[in-house]
Design a protein around this ligand. Structure first.
Ligand SMILES: CC(C)(COP(=O)(O)OP(=O)(O)OC[C@H]1O[C@@H](n2cnc3c(N)ncnc32)[C@H](O)[C@@H]1OP(=O)(O)O)[C@@H](O)C(=O)NCCC(=O)NCCSC(=O)/C=C/CCCCCCCCCCCCC(=O)O
Ligand SMILES: Cc1cc2nc3c(=O)[nH]c(=O)nc-3n(C[C@H](O)[C@H](O)[C@H](O)COP(=O)(O)OP(=O)(O)OC[C@H]3O[C@@H](n4cnc5c(N)ncnc54)[C@H](O)[C@@H]3O)c2cc1C
Length: 636
């Protein structure tokens, strides 16, 4: 029945202050206020409805996305929302769109790598959406290998201009989001050539389309690369293909013939290339920035899936009826708990590692401005490794949540298929996860000698076990006199172990902070222990081989896990309520707040276009002749 909370009995079991946990999850009272207010604003506005997406064609879907993006912008302007509120609004609209790349990459790239002069020229236009940008780095032939990009940018000292060109088919830009049909400008990455000499890959701001009639400019061939995984999902995004035919460009992002660059290079009016004494990898700065945002995004995506699966696991009953009594809630089965609760713990773990990574990125950015590059290697390794670890775990976790919901998890109305289809490219974009782990492995090879010293420092026992595991995995590999390439598969395992160590240790550090609210810290301690012991159980071979734990320890850890699952059980619904997601944002009948699942599933089925007629299109043409066929078959 509408209005009845079918999960009230579950919510009454909670042993902690849910409102206080909502603040912890949001990050601060202010952050909670903004999220709560904006998510409800979006949920209450029919202009942002999304329950019809699975019934639209690609063109209808895309046009609807443009409508929503324009409507969101009008809402932002009319309500005079702040930058923070505007970002939250676009987040809760929950639709991959060109705005992700405009706000998530194009603007950060100009802020992070542009000169003062370039920022003054481009940022006001971008902030007012008087230009729409994308990040055009990947090409048909190269994505992971940035130094293999083929697009060229040749400096013409006669005209003080750069000529951008796609010399081969494989140099066509391919994948950039927003490029296919919307972006008016791109930050295009190309090999700089000055005076016949090549100076590696740099970024250039290039106008693609007319601001008058949106037609591609002279020398620009641009379009969409076609349908992607899933039906709705990422097909709301126009990932594009772009070819340059000797395009004149006067706005290099890394170069300005007059402005003195803070830390990148410049080309003087006389056509001289001046390389500053900064790491060339600063040109990758935008990728590092986005990777750290992707870690926070992982906690959002995983928490959505876990919220759906947890609420439905409490609603769903199957088997176990005693004397005609109610069947057992599937959330009470130990197998369901052993699959679901580590994902719940991971969602919280990724939330806190995302907070720490945001601090690390801000710290390294501040240091860079003082020409202090000392923490750049660690920042690169952490953002690359944690992006890889959290996106892999989240993609796998969303799929596990679909399976935890049985058959109904496969319905679009569960919200899980769409969430999975939208999320999984995160394992590839912003750096293929294996390629990024190889970067971490390379970092570990260089610093493995320091791991030992870090072992001796005063660390909680759990962290010591994880540190010993990484050191052991590295020494087993480094001790073998073979090349990096030969050992790369093993070294990637050590890289994963290193990233898991970081997540566990930062979760423990989070618990050392002041955390207000009755029972809140205790719940987080349970979740932290579940995360750490679940991984120890999953990788117990590694831990046993270090000698750091014995088989008896491993067995005790497993017993403790079961006990921890029992401690979480009465609080599970409250722990997912703490995410404070509206039913609109969850987009899931199985995960609806009131748990009134079956009537909503049944009602939703009849709304499918296929049920607009009792007799389906095609019956008279194909089925009736079949049923009425007069073919005499001896066998029948
Ligand atoms: C790193 C590579 C793999 C290799 O680079 P290479 O140049 O060859 O270097 P190496 O030889 O390997 O190493 C040399 C040394 O350099 C060091 N190094 C390497 N990289 C870095 C770095 N980044 N920083 C610092 N140091 C670095 C390395 O350690 C070596 O050091 P040493 O010599 O050992 O000491 C490189 O090729 C690479 O990075 N490849 C991956 C390519 C990639 O990631 N491409 C991504 C393209 S963009 C993309 O995919 C975009 C996707 C968009 C999807 C949507 C994302 C969401 C957007 C945000 C969400 C919405 C926000 C909306 C907000 C709002 O609405 O308001
Ligand atoms: C949805 C989506 C959105 C995107 N948006 C953008 C965007 O806005 N802008 C942009 O510029 N790009 C974008 N991209 C492109 C994305 O950044 C690249 O696809 C990504 O970096 C992976 O590169 P690749 O495709 O070349 O993969 P490849 O490197 O070709 O990977 C193929 C396989 O080779 C393996 N491999 C590659 N190199 C090595 C190695 N050295 N050692 C071991 N294994 C290796 C990989 O692990 C993988 O298994 C997007 C991609 C997707 C899917």
């Amino acid at each position: 029945m509408e209005g009845v909370d079918h999960l009230a009995h579950e919510r009454n079991k909670s042993e902690f202050d849910v409102d206080a946990m909502k603040i912890v999850w949001a990050g601060s009272p202010h952050a909670f206020d903004v999220s709560d207010r904006i998510s409800k604003l979006v949920a209450s506005d029919p202009g942002f409805r999304k329950d019809n997406r699975s019934t639209l064609s690609r063109k209808e879907l895309f046009k609807n996305t443009l409508r929503k993006a324009a409507y969101a912008w009008k809402t932002i302007v009319d309500l005079r929302l702040s930058e923070e509120e505007a970002a939250k609004l676009r987040f809760y609209v929950d639709e991959p769109a060109f705005t992700d790349l405009h706000w998530g990459m194009f603007i950060p790239a100009i802020k992070g790598q542009g000169t003062e002069e370039q920022q003054q020229k481009w940022l006001p236009l971008a902030y007012k959406m008087q230009i729409i940008g994308c990040y055009a780095q990947t090409e048909l032939g190269h994505g992971s290998n940035v130094q293999g990009l083929e697009t060229t940018a040749t400096f013409d000292s006669q005209t003080d201009e750069f000529i951008i060109h796609s010399p081969t088919l494989t140099s066509s830009k391919w994948w950039p989001g927003g490029l296919g049909k919307v972006a008016t400008h791109a930050i295009a990455y190309a090999r700089l050539i000055v005076g016949g000499r090549e100076h590696g890959v740099h970024g250039f701001i290039v106008q693609l389309r007319s601001l008058e009639d949106h037609s591609p400019l002279l020398g620009i061939t641009v379009g969409d690369i076609g349908m992607k995984f899933g039906n709705g999902a990422y097909n709301t995004m126009d990932n594009g293909v772009l070819q340059f035919d000797h395009v004149l460009d006067v706005y290099s992002i890394a170069f300005a013939s007059i402005a003195v660059m803070l830390w990148v290079s410049q080309v003087t009016c006389e056509g001289k290339y001046k390389q500053s004494d900064v790491p060339r990898q600063l040109v990758y700065g935008t990728m590092v920035y986005v990777r750290q945002t992707i870690v926070a995004d992982a906690s959002c995506a995983l928490s959505r899936a876990v919220c759906i699966a947890t609420r439905y696991s409490a609603v769903r009953r199957q088997f176990g009826s005693q004397n005609g009594g109610p069947e057992t809630q599937v959330i009470d089965y130990k197998t369901q708990q052993s699959r679901l609760f580590p994902l719940l713990a991971s969602a919280y773990a990724f939330r806190f590692i995302g907070e720490w990574l945001k601090w690390l990125y801000a710290d390294v950015t501040q240091r860079l401005q003082a020409n202090d590059f000392s923490t750049l290697p660690e920042a690169h390794a952490c953002t690359a490794g944690l992006k890889s670890l959290t996106t892999t775990a989240t993609a796998d976790g969303i799929e596990e949540c679909r399976k935890l919901c049985g058959g109904h998890g496969y319905l679009c109305s569960s919200g899980l298929p769409e969430l999975f289809a939208v999320y999984v490219p995160a394992c590839t974009y912003e750096g293929d996860n294996t390629v990024l782990l190889l970067q971490v492995a390379r970092f570990l090879m260089k610093t493995v000698s320091q791991l030992g010293s870090r072992l001796s420092s005063k660390k909680p026992v759990g962290t010591i076990a994880y540190m010993t595991r990484v050191e052991h995995l590295m020494q087993c590999r480094c001790g073998v006199q073979r090349g990096f390439a030969e050992l790369s598969a093993d070294l990637v395992e050590a890289a994963v172990a290193h990233c898991q160590l970081i997540v566990v240790s930062k979760f423990i550090e989070k618990l050392q902070q002041e955390i207000p609210g009755k029972g809140v810290k205790q719940q987080l301690e349970v979740l932290c222990n579940i995360y750490a012991l679940f991984l120890l159980h999953k990788h117990q071979g590694d831990f046993l081989s270090t000698g750091c734990i014995t088989p008896k320890h491993a067995a005790l850890a497993n017993d403790e896990l079961r006990s921890l699952y029992s401690q979480v059980r009465p609080n599970a619904i409250a722990l997912v309520d703490a995410f404070n997601y509206t039913d609109h944002y969850l987009g899931s009948i199985l995960g609806c707040y009131d748990g009134n699942v079956y009537p909503k599933l049944y009602e939703a089925a009849w709304k499918d276009p296929l049920n607009e007629s009792v007799v389906p299109d095609g019956y008279h043409l194909y089925i009736r002749p079949l049923l009425k066929q007069e073919i005499r078959t001896a066998r029948l």
